[in-house]
Design a protein around this ligand. Sequence first.
Ligand code: GDP
Ligand code: IMO
Ligand code: MG
Length: 429
Amino acid sequence: MANVVVIGAQWGDEGKGKIVDWLAARADVVVRFQGGHNAGHTLVVGNETYRLSLLPSGVVRGTLSVIGNGVVLDPWALAEEIGRLAGQGIAITPEKLQISETCPLILPFHRDLDALREDASGAGRIGTTRRGIGPAYEDKVGRRALRVCDLADLAAAGPQIDRLLAHHNALRAGFGVAPIDRDALVAELAAIAPAILPFAAPVWQTLATKRRQRARILFEGAQGVLLDVDHGTYPFVTSSNTVAGAAASGAGLGPGALSYTLGIVKAYTTRVGSGPFPTELLDATGERLGARGREFGTVTGRKRRCGWFDAALVRQTVQVAGIDGIALTKLDVLDGFDELLVCTGYRVKGREMAHLPARLDEAMAAEPVYERFEGWPESTAGARSWADLPAAAIKYIRRIEELIDCPVALVSTSPERDDTILVRDPFRD
Ligand code: GDP
Ligand code: IMO
Ligand code: MG
């Protein structure tokens, strides 16, 4: 049975939430495997808009949802999100949601440290979501994190809390900030524990059982390959692996469970935060893309940087992440442009390059080499079949497939769930 991994193939916000929600109709389980509440996934169903950060995008359809061990979990943010969804008529129960017992916790001082570092970095700041994601992953790898299972017995977790606070208090002293109040922290954790523990489970067992039952598992990535800590535009990246391979380690099953990787690709390019962006448009065209595409962050409300489609970068992410097919989203945003440009490579300090160089100074200096396309005056918004697409739009899609060397499996033409063209079913064996 085919399982599908959905990942972002650019710098995030490609429309993963919409596509996961659409695919969830064909899945038995939806699993988040990395990132945290830095993610913001938007689903539009009729008149209702759902904004999810930690909850897998299957919850809206009622598909069993799992938060895997690879996710860093802010218990207060999760409780808030569960409450918000309840207000929209989506009840989250332990029958619907399971959280890995081994998820590292994001605590208030992780958020503090994220902000302190960003504020101290001035123009060199990464532009993080300030949610404490990086500091929490550092503590996980540093072997001093508190985990979901520790909420069940905070007294037993005492020595680990001491190790954790000793580390952070030293860092805080360096920033001239007061040490952490241990008693207050333990009291806060004790207060939030009952909201989280009912969902805690050895999710690897659940997933193993589902595999034996030949259930269809849909893995939902957060961020995008260009924000991957190994493969992205380092250091302007997030602190986790966002590639498809992370789904196995971040959920607790073998790589053989991942049969098809669907890369979500926006028909142009956006980025939130700092770092290289060769096709960025700092002109009226960039403004027009941002306005038509409503490019404001779901999590922080920040304006997203916008630019032309970068086929050289997506060709790179297709290879590095092993993407089998793409969902091309937001095609409708390109309606009405006279001309569309697509980047096919770079000129870097006088040299031609087919991929973005790893060195930051070179990536920042990379100038795009463009191929030009005729736009289409017709509307593609709401198109649900190829037959609804103008010839120029089809030509644009076909050329993108050639340039990135990867076929299109889905095309999305509006935020609405059903405004989706199916070309090849990712779940097909
Ligand atoms: P994610 O982080 O990858 O899930 O993406 P976000 O939800 O942060 O951002 C994508 C935005 O584009 C959301 O507001 C979606 O509702 C919207 N969206 C998704 N697909 C389409 C599409 O095909 N056309 C248009 N116009 N909007 C879309
Ligand atoms: P979704 O899942 C877009 C970016 C931040 C910043 C960098 C590091 O909605 O696509 P972090 O807080 O993770 O340490 O920030 O990563 N970033 C995202 N950009 N979409 C996201 O998630 C992102 N999550 C993090 O803007 O540049
Ligand atoms: Mg997003």
